[in-house]
Design a protein around this ligand. Structure first.
Ligand code: GLU
Length: 417
């Protein structure tokens, strides 16, 4: 079978992290099966549908590398198709008008769904619906409703697998009934469980807690200096796993192993600390050159120097946005320094003035030899030296830092104190 899946977001002004994960699982399934990933914009709610909303969706998907093969289709441009499909149902006696609205004659039989993730779900008519299970498909203002356009599009676009959030599970009986009314076998359904905050609450952009609110939409991650490949990797693991303990996984391997029946049936908990850890892992894998292309806000025209600085700091950083702050002292002499023993550092400067090669190993040997000669512990030189050259008490390996800073900066800073 030629698999055809779709991501069908409604443009609401932001891209919810749960929607991103839905898009990702559709994309993974399409790539795993060699199928087609369709992008469809469900923009029938004209009040909320802005150009900016659309950009947010397209930019977010592009940022994550979730490329679509077809579309974007826009529901706002498909009114004629919907009208023709309404007529088809009315002509067949499957839909009728009442009080200006068109209603669909819903089946009175229970509907059984064999969901690829949720399993077998049987939907009986509820008390309220026993007498009147029919539902509106075209409102009295002439606009078709979500259920209708969603089904017509899945049908017209020959979607084989509907992979979407579990919040849509309760809509699916209506959708299946509509497919059958059109005489078409419904697609296979796979409802993926929700992603919740760590405390079990819904992830929402309007959460009163600003930290939680920020976690809910993709924009925050882009702004905070997450790497798209880290976010994508983390989202793969929300509800799916390679069946071993590995966390950092090449996307090619996920594509190869991903399948729908393995997706967990329970809700996934979003662990922001784990995502940040994972981002650090991905940052650490990039070269100084690659980092220099991605990090903004680092001053200095010397590209080679900038790359070496980024390379040196990368293992200490978990977000790209931390780089400018943490690398400041590489680009300026203007930083506060706590008082240190100037005489001792003067001796270290004299020693460093004559090291034959300015590299970490020679600098380490030089400092250690001086400590022995002076009868002091190496720490008595290391700590004030770090303070004098960086204004910090912690940081990257001292000797590597000195090597990158270079002889001129180091000697000037040691002698300045
Ligand atoms: N526009 C719907 C949503 O964003 C699509 C639901 C579906 O995937 O069928 O929730």
């Amino acid at each position: 079978m030629n698999v055809r899946v779709r991501f069908a977001p409604s443009p609401t002004g932001f891209l919810h992290i749960g929607s991103v994960r839905t898009a990702l699982f559709n994309w993974l399934y399409a790539r795993h099966t060699g199928g087609t990933f369709v992008l469809r914009i469900e923009d029938t709610d004209t009040a909320r549908n802005t150009e900016q909303s659309l950009r947010t969706i397209l930019d977010g998907l592009a940022w994550l590398g979730l490329t679509h093969d077809e579309g974007p289709y826009f529901q706002s441009q498909r009114a004629a198709i919907y009208r023709q499909r309404v007529k088809q149902l009315v002509d067949a006696g499957m839909a009728y008008e009442r009080e200006g609205a068109i209603r669909f004659k819903m089946t009175r039989e229970p509907i059984v769904m064999n969901d690829l993730i949720a399993g077998k779900v049987t939907r009986e008519l509820g008390d309220r619906e026993v007498n009147d299970p029919d539902f509106v498909i075209v409102r009295s203002d002439g606009n078709p409703v979500f259920h209708f356009v969603n089904v017509v599009d899945d049908l017209e676009m020959k979607i084989t697998h509907v992979i979407r959030g579990e919040d849509h599970l309760s809509n699916t009986p209506k959708h299946i009934a509509l497919f059958r009314a059109f005489g078409v076998e419904p697609p296979k359904y796979a409802h993926i469980p929700m992603i919740l905050n760590k405390d079990g609450t819904k992830m929402s952009k309007s959460d009163p807690d600003p930290v939680k609110a920020r976690l809910a939409s993709l924009t925050g991650y882009i702004e905070d200096g997450y790497l798209p490949e880290a976010v994508r990797n983390y989202l793969c693991l929300l509800g799916w796993s390679p069946k071993d303990d590995r966390q950092v996984l090449p996307i090619e391997e996920v594509i190869q192993k991903f399948d729908l029946p393995q997706v967990l049936r329970s809700n996934a908990k979003f662990d922001a600390a784990k995502l940040e850890w994972m981002n650090g892992q991905y940052i650490n894998r990039l070269t100084g050159e690659e980092l220099d292309r991605r990090v903004t806000g680092i001053p200095g025209a010397d590209v080679a120097y900038r790359r070496r600085v980024l390379e040196l700091l990368k293992s200490k950083v978990t977000l790209l946005k931390q780089f400018p702050e943490r690398t400041k002292y590489f680009f300026t002499d203007d930083f506060p320094v706590e008082p240190v023993d100037a005489a001792l550092l003067g001796k270290l400067a004299d020693r460093y003035a004559c090291v034959p090669t300015w590299d970490a190993a020679s600098l380490e040997a030089g400092l250690k030899a001086l400590a022995t000669e002076l009868g002091v512990k190496t720490g008595q030189l290391i700590h004030p030296c770090r303070m004098a050259v960086s204004g910090q008490t912690v940081g990257p390996s001292l000797y590597h830092m000195l090597e990158v800073l270079g002889r001129d900066r180091v000697l000037a800073r040691l002698r300045k104190t």
